[in-house]
Design a protein around this ligand. Structure first.
Ligand code: 13P
Length: 254
């Protein structure tokens, strides 16, 4: 089993937590996770909390992520966030192409690819999300959908950029539903994605890319999921909003 890849567990807070709530949550995480050195820990608060959370995590083992990024730089793009704004706050990661953005903001693979390139050009590490809906799984086209999203969302990335990129397989039917993919179901898709990466970038790159699983991850299922050979971490939604739950996931993954 090739688990030379360092696990990465990220909390996607989505559109939750005011600035003061975010400060309270991250303060608890800093206290309770201070001794964890075995894996990478990331929190992704909403934009409005990045500044204060950034100051708090600076001296800790917790890294900061954002939940979206413009595909452009500074300029007349109302409502957009340019990479330099995130860099100044020591943001290291940025979630891109989350299924909620694909669904509600109609983000396309091509847009995600432009954002991923923009992230890399500015020393931000994209966490690129993909995953099938329940209808697609039931129609037996999971691999086809996942392959199209992965190829399209990574289009144009260089080998060096690909090695740094984090992927997140998030079956849409498992997000916020309490219905987790079984570890075998998740492993099957992760192994398939690694094959796709091999065909795009060769085996040595493919072996180095970290692929997170996301979708109703909690303390009770983290160990089993992250024990799979091709699952290299978790992207956690609901359970990352409560420090006890998030800490439990991390402690159970070590
Ligand atoms: P839940 O953990 O709430 O299912 O959300 C998963 C997710 O979408 C993380 O990005």
């Amino acid at each position: 089993m090739d688990k030379t890849r360092r696990l990465i567990i990220a909390g996607n807070w989505k559109s939750n937590k005011t600035n003061s709530e975010a400060v309270a949550l991250v303060s608890e995480l800093i206290r309770d996770l201070a001794n964890v050195k075995e894996l990478d820990i990331v929190v992704c608060p909403p934009f409005t909390a990045l500044s204060d959370v950034s100051r708090l995590v600076l001296e800790s083992n917790i890294r900061l992520g954002a939940q979206n990024l413009s595909d452009a730089g500074y300029g007349a793009f109302t409502g957009e966030i340019a990479p330099g704004m995130l860099r100044e706050l020591s943001v290291r990661y940025v979630i891109l192409g989350h299924s909620e953005r694909r669904q509600f903001q109609k983000e396309t693979d091509a847009q995600v690819a432009r954002k991923a390139a923009n992230a890399h050009s500015n020393n931000l590490i994209p966490i690129v999300c993909f995953g099938e809906t329940l209808a697609e799984r039931e129609a037996g086209i999971t691999e086809q959908i996942v392959e199209t999203q992965v190829r399209g969302s990574l289009a144009g990335l260089s080998v060096e950029q690909m090695e740094m990129t984090v992927l997140a397989y998030e079956p849409v039917w498992a997000i916020g539903t309490g219905k987790t993919a079984s570890s075998a179901q998740a492993q099957e898709v992760h192994a398939f994605v690694r094959q796709v990466l091999t065909s795009l970038y060769g085996e040595s790159v493919s072996r180095r890319v970290r692929i997170q699983y996301g979708g109703s991850v909690k303390g009770s299922n983290a160990r089993e999921l992250l024990g799979q050979p091709d699952i290299d971490g978790a992207l956690v939604g609901g359970a990352s909003l409560d420090s006890k739950n998030f800490v439990e996931i991390i402690k159970n993954s070590i």
